[in-house]
Design a protein around this ligand. Structure first.
Ligand code: GLA
Ligand code: CA
Length: 784
């Protein structure tokens, strides 16, 4: 018996490396009120997983984990920019071999839903669009711009070559293909979405079912008559409410939640996000009991290795490297409590016993080691390229990494002011090699005060690019410095401003090959350094292993940058957290000597690391807490004029309040006096203000100046969640803090506002649904 089993597994191993046997062609389509698989009613239970976020060696393991969880399908995006990193050069090999991923899913008895974009969002660099599109400066992304559409067609043709043979009609596992992605949160443009649909049909997806995903609040804006419509929403949402509109307009449509968010992503400097297992499981259970199909986003999030993590917007909120997502299968492929709770529930909806949970990948620890070599950045400058005007990184034909702009200053007595309107993303300024200060795009920093300068003083502006914005209109996100750099000098009480010119530009690509070829020298001391004398540059260490396994390299004492292990780009680090360790897959380590290079743009406090047995993804190390109220700060509304007062309605969904008179100001305070539930909470999921023409104000320049209470204990429910363009995230006050509650928005500049749009929380009992409110609008800041 034992022997037969061994033989069988040997046989399976051989099968595994050979091409899949073509299966019989089948069908998948939208029937009356249900999907039909080969003519039979079928409920899709899909696990969203992203092949570039998992090392190829682990694909099979993660697919088996999804299968053992009770899923029958996997749902994947295709990430255009990882396949076409240089215009016209496609890479579908190795970790990019998505066709192999689909075949592997099929071998594991799973169907596949493919979402080939071209835009995918996914907290991925530029939402999956290649940065080089920006070399055409006036390009219109995700619109019928001729160049954009030409490149989309070339890309989708390649996708078709890879995946069209794998549709169910051809005997493959692919049952559905998605057209674009949540276009409703970008614009209203049916002609564009139709062109994407036609393009996908023309590249071989002409028989497979095509669908569109969007939100219940906006899917009709771009919904095409001949496509299946599915809804995206998160854990906790009122499910009947989410499908109400769809049932109205298409009473016989099968229902599917194409992204049910199991957790959420983290941003640098923000509290680690979690979502309750109970709410996730009960939502999925409710859907299954109503025969509603779903895809659980993410079932296994994995890691945004290298520079592939994106950034959220409005504002600029770069995402961390870990894409753990608080998903049932954690970042490194292991089970969680959520996994088992979900598995129990899914078992009850399956007539067969679920397969056993695969064994976890081994974990190792690596004893502390020091970085004994370094190559200081300023001693390793590449050849300079001269330019009169400031140029973006894209204009120098570089997509990622850093750039330094250098020029000389005249003699300046006393302080002067440097203004960089658009420094993307982390700007450090040096005078004669001495660190002066930093401008952080996350905080909207633009100005820096410079000390006196000697004649001929060298001014260096070092700009590090983080991930390009992946959501909303701001995805057209140039790196380096866009626009101008201005210097204001005060002479005899008068300000003189001049645009700075004549730059020497130094480019620092973020490839391993580039980092490796720097001139390293011994690093004598690992003594803690003071902030002023941290040395930006490349740091190299080695460590020896007797056996390999997954580990979590700790970079708590480093500044900010990117890490490479044995040539693999592990991802970005930043001391502010919440992520402090990087997941290092065991399959990228080797017995014997392993090499670590850190490109640290700030410089470490101590150049050391170690491999931990557990990740640290929930540790903030920054002076300001991730909330919007200073200690002891109290908003004083006494004597302030109420601009508008009233009561919001109870229940889910958007509401609009027209002001009795237009109001002009920069600071807007919404004061909540009580709620509809009779308890102490105030919550807001999204909030817009309308201008004199009834148009929504851009929330790009918004910042939260104050919130009386913010819950960062049960997750991340800080004030900035009211304008993050995500209907499932919300600001919530903390338990025990009583009404009234206030939130103050800084609009960035004076604006006239005529109305407010408000979205309460998505849950059916609408926690924190504000009832009576007062609104204050002021030109100058509020008193505290
Ligand atoms: C949307 C997008 C996804 C992802 C999630 C948030 O639903 O479609 O790509 O960005 O939001 O994780
Ligand atoms: Ca929100």
């Amino acid at each position: 018996m034992r022997k037969t089993l061994m033989m069988l597994s040997l046989f399976a191993a051989t099968l595994f490396s050979s091409p899949v046997q073509a299966q019989k062609p089948g069908t998948f389509e939208a029937g009356e009120g249900t999907f039909l698989l080969n003519g039979q009613p079928f409920v899709v239970k899909a696990a969203e997983v992203h092949y570039p976020r998992i090392p190829k060696q682990y694909w099979d393991h993660r697919l088996k984990m999804c299968k053992a969880l009770g899923m029958n399908t996997v749902c994947i995006y295709i990430f255009w920019n990882i396949h076409e990193q240089k215009e016209g050069q496609f890479d579908w090999s190795g970790n990019n071999d998505v066709a192999e991923f689909c075949r592997l899913a099929q071998k594991n008895g799973m169907y596949v839903i493919v979402r080939p974009g071209p835009y995918v969002c996914a907290e991925w660099e530029m939402g999956g669009l290649p940065w080089w599109l920006l070399k055409k400066k006036d390009i219109k992304l995700r619109e019928r711009d001729p160049y954009f559409m030409e490149r989309v067609k070339i890309f989708e043709t390649e996708v078709g070559k890879q995946l069209a043979p794998l549709t169910i009609q051809n005997g493959g596992p692919i049952i559905m293909v998605q057209v674009e992605n949540e276009y409703g949160s970008y614009g209203v443009d049916k002609p564009y979405v139709s062109e994407i649909r036609d393009c996908l049909r023309s590249v071989g997806f002409d028989k497979v079912a095509l669908f569109q995903c969007d939100w219940a609040s906006n899917f009709l804006n771009n919904g095409l008559d001949d496509l299946v419509w599915t809804m995206n929403f998160g854990t906790g949402a009122n499910i009947d409410e989410q499908f109400r509109k769809l049932k109205e307009v298409r009473p016989n449509s099968p229902l599917m939640c194409s992204e049910f968010w199991s957790g959420w992503f983290d941003k640098w400097g923000g509290k680690h996000e979690t979502r309750s297992a109970e709410a996730m499981v009960s939502g999925l259970k409710e859907m299954l009991s109503k025969n509603i199909s779903f895809s659980l986003y993410m079932t296994h999030g994995g890691t945004s290795f290298g520079h592939w993590a994106g950034a959220n917007s409005p504002g600029f909120a770069p995402d961390v490297t870990s894409y753990d997502y608080d998903a049932p299968i954690n970042e490194y492929g292991q089970t969680t409590d959520k996994y088992f709770e979900l598995r129990n529930m899914l078992q009850s909806f399956s007539d067969k016993k679920l397969p056993a949970v695969p064994k976890a990948m081994p974990i190792i620890t690596v004893p502390a080691f020091e970085f004994k070599e370094y190559a200081p950045l300023f001693e390793n400058l590449p050849a300079a390229i001269k330019s009169e005007q400031i140029k973006t990184m894209e204009e120098f034909d570089q997509g990622w990494g850093s750039i330094m702009y250098s020029t000389t200053l005249p003699k300046i007595d006393g302080q002067s002011k440097l203004r960089i309107e658009k420094g993307h993303d982390y700007v450090q300024v040096f005078m004669d090699g001495k660190y002066i200060g930093a401008l952080d795009r996350r905080n909207g920093d633009k100005d820096l005060v410079l000390p006196s300068a000697r004649k001929g003083c060298r001014l260096d502006i070092l700009v590090e690019a983080m991930g390009r914005i992946n959501f909303g209109r701001a995805i057209k996100d140039f790196k380096g410095i866009e626009g101008t750099v201005d210097l204001t000098i005060n002479i005899d009480g008068n300000d003189f401003t001049a645009q700075m010119k004549n730059w020497k530009n130094y480019l620092f690509p973020d490839t391993y090959e580039y980092c490796k070829q720097q001139v390293y020298k011994p690093l004598a001391s690992i003594q803690p350094r003071h902030n002023g004398d941290r040395v930006p540059g490349y740091y190299r260490a080695t460590f020896d292993l007797k056996k390999t396994g997954d580990t979590f390299l700790n970079f708590e004492t480093f500044g900010k940058g990117l890490v490479y292990v044995n040539g693999y780009a592990l991802g970005r680090i930043w001391e502010i957290g919440p992520q402090q360790t990087l997941y290092c897959p065991g399959c990228w380590l080797k017995k014997g000597k392993n090499e670590v290079i850190v490109m640290d743009i700030i410089g470490p406090n101590e150049a050391k690391s170690e491999g931990l047995g557990k990740p640290i993804i929930d540790k903030l190390q920054q002076s300001e807490p991730p909330i919007h109220r200073l200690e002891g700060q109290n908003l004083d509304l006494s004597g302030e004029k109420v601009a508008q007062a009233g009561a919001f309605k109870a229940g889910n969904g958007w509401q609009e309040v027209k002001f009795t008179a237009p109001q002009t100001g920069r600071y807007v305070c919404l004061e909540a006096l009580n709620n509809h539930n009779g308890d102490e909470y105030a919550c807001i999921a999204e909030l817009y203000l309308l201008d004199e023409n009834g148009e929504r104000l851009s929330r790009e320049p918004w910042r939260i100046s104050y919130a009386d209470s913010e819950d960062i204990v049960t997750g991340n429910r800080a004030g900035d969640k009211i304008y993050d363009l995500q209907e499932s995230t919300f600001w919530s006050t903390v338990k025990g803090v009583k009404f009234p509650h206030q939130i103050v928005i800084d609009l960035g500049k004076e604006r006239t506002v005529t109305a407010l749009q408000y979205l309460p929380r998505m849950e059916s009992n609408v926690p924190g649904a504000i009832k009576d409110y007062k609104i204050y609008v002021k030109k100058e800041a509020f008193k505290y």
